[in-house]
Design a protein around this ligand. Structure first.
Ligand code: 13P
Ligand code: SF4
Length: 347
């Protein structure tokens, strides 16, 4: 009769089975990365990734001469790079922006389902009606919008440049209609003193950061600098040492002398933060209120849809190509060009 394994042996067998599974998953991932690298070359393609994507995708972009950056730099890099295909790992508006700025290039995405709550919360027809009701205002929209919304705008801005553009427009005596992010818009309004009329949109990731939780964490880490993306609520922004775009947050972590940082933005940024300053400590800002039993994970669900397998498939089979209606693209190009021109002169 076959002897039964002891409980201890059974546990050891289970663990070694699991380890074998982990190793084979790792081999698969390595094979997938190699496949993506080969495909990028074979298809004359370059990978343009956002800081919030999976660290493996960010690493691939770096290792293959692509770019990992904020949404402003993604737009610039894609436009200026000579590759005939841009693979944009991020969310839909980033793919659309790349296509508008490079109409002759093929733009692919790992998935076309990756959208953004700001984009969803600002439908073009309702937004156009809102603009029609306020013809005296200069229309400034955040990059996190559809091509149709950009086509209705005078200016597009990203979080890197929003303050400077609105400050400039205010100095010209212009009144602003701002969409869609109410938190970024009210931050810009407070900082510049401009007359800003706000659309009511929010980012579902940054909207979750909680001021009280942040104050509690600051009490535990009194020497930590607090770095906050301006899509966060005003009560959180108020507690920040530095408020800025993803790139501005990374630069602050590099340049400030603090050894610890509390960071209020998507956790994907920790890959770059740890790579640049490995000897510093980073803590995610709290997303749960007092006594709350559940908390969000500070991870954009749409950014997380970019993975190695759908990236490889998109490249291999030319899937998920981004198309923008040429009429809309022409109109959206004007405010986008304004932003890039302004960035060239002022950033
Ligand atoms: P950045 O322009 O700072 O990269 O932000 C884009 C974004 O979607 C933030 O949630
Ligand atoms: Fe949109 Fe927020 Fe995700 Fe950025 S983090 S892409 S603003 S939902």
């Amino acid at each position: 009769m076959e002897q039964q394994a002891s409980p201890q042996q059974w546990v050891r067998d289970q663990i070694s089975g699991l380890q074998a599974g982990v190793e084979s998953v790792e081999i698969d991932r390595d094979a997938q990365k190699k496949r993506i690298k080969d495909l990028l070359q074979a298809r004359d393609a370059v990978l343009v990734a956002h800081y919030y994507t999976d660290p493996e995708i960010q690493a691939l972009a770096e290792e293959t001469g692509g770019c990992v950056s904020d949404s402003l730099e993604m737009a610039r890099f894609g436009r200026d790079h000579p590759a005939s295909t841009l693979v944009v790992a991020g969310v839909k508006f980033m793919g659309e922006t790349a296509k508008i700025l490079s109409p002759d290039k093929r733009v692919l995405m790992p998935t076309l389902e990756a959208t953004c709550s700001l984009d969803i919360g600002c439908p073009a027809d309702e937004f156009s009606d809102f603009c029609d009701q306020h013809p005296d205002r200069t229309v400034v929209v955040y990059a996190n919008t559809s091509a149709a919304v950009k086509a209705r705008a005078d200016w597009v801005v990203t979080s890197s440049i929003a303050l400077k553009v609105v400050d400039y427009l205010d100095s010209q005596g212009e009144k602003i209609l701002w969409a869609p992010d109410k938190h970024l818009g009210s931050y810009v309004q407070r900082e510049t003193g401009a007359d800003v009329l706000l659309w009511d949109g929010a980012c579902i990731v940054h909207d979750e950061f909680k001021a009280q939780g942040l104050r509690d964490l600051m009490a535990v880490y009194p020497d930590a600098a607090v770095l906050v993306h301006p899509e966060s609520p005003a009560s959180v922004v108020e507690l920040a040492d530095v408020v800025g775009s993803t790139t501005q947050i990374i630069n602050a972590a590099r340049d400030l002398e603090n050894r610890q940082f509390i960071v209020a933005t998507d956790q994907g940024i920790f890959y770059k933060l740890q790579q640049l300053v490995p000897d510093k400590e980073f803590l995610i800002a709290p997303t749960a209120g007092n006594g709350a039993s559940c908390r969000s994970c500070a991870n954009c669900p749409w950014m997380a849809m970019n993975a190695l397998d759908n990236l490889a498939e998109a490249l291999d089979r030319g899937l998920n190509e981004v198309f923008v209606d040429p009429g809309l693209a022409d109109k959206a190009m004007m405010p986008l060009d304004r932003m890039l021109d302004f960035a060239r002169k002022n950033l």
